[in-house]
Design a protein. Structure first.
Length: 179
């Protein structure tokens, strides 16, 4: 219930243009390690794995980026069969940090993929009515990443699973020297 209320309040803040980012320099691999540890403690029904993730520094709102990763993981758990494998990855690619969450879940039809990050959008299928949600998590994730000059996207195949990604600008060498 608290998460739902927080989601609605965050959505209202984004819509009103009143989003505040508390940017700081941090290593993404350390944030991912913390989130994975919490996820493994709270969830024993899935195998949650981390691909090797080297130390990569970014300048961003650590809490909000953590919310995005938690949302991607939460969705992977909700939409994957019990015992399924979920893999988290991060790497530097073309001047950007790329984070991905990959699952072996239901998969998403191509026509639904373009709308996934719209506010209140939920996929309607015979498998999804039993899965709780309000269609805010991916919308908020998208807004957070866009406010950090990054982007979000999904790659998916029905009955094979989905990969959700976001990227953020890497910390430039001159910014690293200042921190």
């Amino acid at each position: 219930m608290t998460a739902m209320i927080k989601g609605f309040l965050n959505a209202s803040s984004f819509e009103a243009g009143k989003i505040y980012l508390n940017e700081e320099t941090f290593e993404m691999n350390l944030l991912i390690d913390e989130i994975l540890e919490d996820t493994k403690l709270l969830n024993s029904s899935h195998q949650v794995l981390l691909s090797p993730c080297t130390p990569i520094s970014v300048n961003a709102d650590r809490d909000k980026i953590g919310q995005v990763i938690q949302n991607f993981l939460s969705n992977a758990i909700k939409y994957s069969p019990k015992g399924g494998k979920i893999e988290l990855s991060c790497k530097a690619l073309d001047g950007m940090l790329q984070v991905g969450v990959h699952d072996e879940g239901l998969g998403i039809k191509i026509q639904d993929q373009a709308k996934l990050f719209d506010r209140y959008y939920r996929i309607e299928s015979q498998d999804t009515p039993k899965i709780a949600g309000f269609g805010l998590g991916l919308y908020l994730s998208s807004e957070i990443i866009q406010h950090h000059n990054g982007k979000v996207w999904v790659e998916s195949e029905v009955d094979k699973g989905s990969s959700f990604y976001f990227n953020l600008p890497l910390l430039s060498q001159e910014n690293k020297n200042e921190s």
